[in-house]
Design a protein around this ligand. Structure first.
Ligand SMILES: Nc1nc2c(ncn2[C@@H]2O[C@H](COP(=O)(O)OP(=O)(O)OP(=O)(O)O)[C@@H](O)[C@H]2O)c(=O)[nH]1
Ligand SMILES: [Mg+2]
Length: 185
């Protein structure tokens, strides 16, 4: 019997997860990891999660650096966000002002990384938004993504699980493409 050896290429990358305190970054990552709603407490400094996903022929191993959103931790963020191949920036769709806080996070991410890394916008807690407010939120996100040259936006709910897989799948594809462009993969 002939044995086929499949050559699987593993690419290991870092993705920084950023955004204001309480938008649900840690709970969202827990949902992605376990497919359960496990409410988090406010992150002290940083949490890590490593997850594998298949992107074509590549196994993408991503270390998510989930940084605390509270102001008191902000000064250390520039150092921690360095060396990222991509970023997830999150806001809370029940608090529109959290979207307005994101340019500060984006500025730090771009200043301390290759400014071309793919960045995806996450509007979390979509379970709290009524049907008639959704249009407004889509409009604000479309404008924000355009203004800040982001790679796309998604709505998620760590509570119900809605939309969880999509931003991770999309960012994974973008990171593999980015690495190919940069000659790293
Ligand atoms: N309704 C609802 N609540 C959520 C959702 N995601 C998170 N939460 C709640 O929001 C609160 C804050 O969640 P965290 O995951 O700690 O938020 P964070 O962005 O990691 O906050 P920091 O670590 O302080 O930056 C918790 O009480 C969660 O249970 C969601 O999708 N829907
Ligand atoms: Mg957290």
């Amino acid at each position: 019997m002939t044995k086929f050896i499949v050559d699987v290429h593993t690419l290991t990358v870092k993705v920084v997860v950023a955004g204001p305190g309480g938008v649900g970054k840690t709970t969202l990552l827990k949902r992605y990891e376990t497919n359960n709603f496990i409410p988090a407490v406010s992150t002290v400094g940083i949490n890590f999660l490593v997850m594998d996903q298949e992107v074509g022929e590549t196994v993408l191993r991503t270390a998510y650096w989930d940084y605390a959103g509270e102001d008191r931790f902000r000064m250390l963020f520039p150092g921690y966000c360095q060396g990222s191949s991509g970023a997830l920036v999150a806001w809370d769709t029940s608090r529109i002002q959290t979207l307005a806080e994101l340019p500060e996070w984006l500025g730090m991410i771009r200043e301390h990384n290759d400014p071309d890394i793919p960045i995806v916008l996450l509007g979390n807690k979509i379970d709290t938004v009524s049907e008639d407010t959704r249009d407004l939120i889509i409009e604000s996100s479309t404008r924000f993504v355009k203004e800040h040259s982001l790679s796309g936006f998604y709505f998620t709910s760590a509570k119900t699980g809605e939309g969880i897989e999509n931003p991770f799948a999309h960012l994974g594809i973008l990171i593999v493409e980015y690495n190919k462009r940069k000659g790293k993969a």
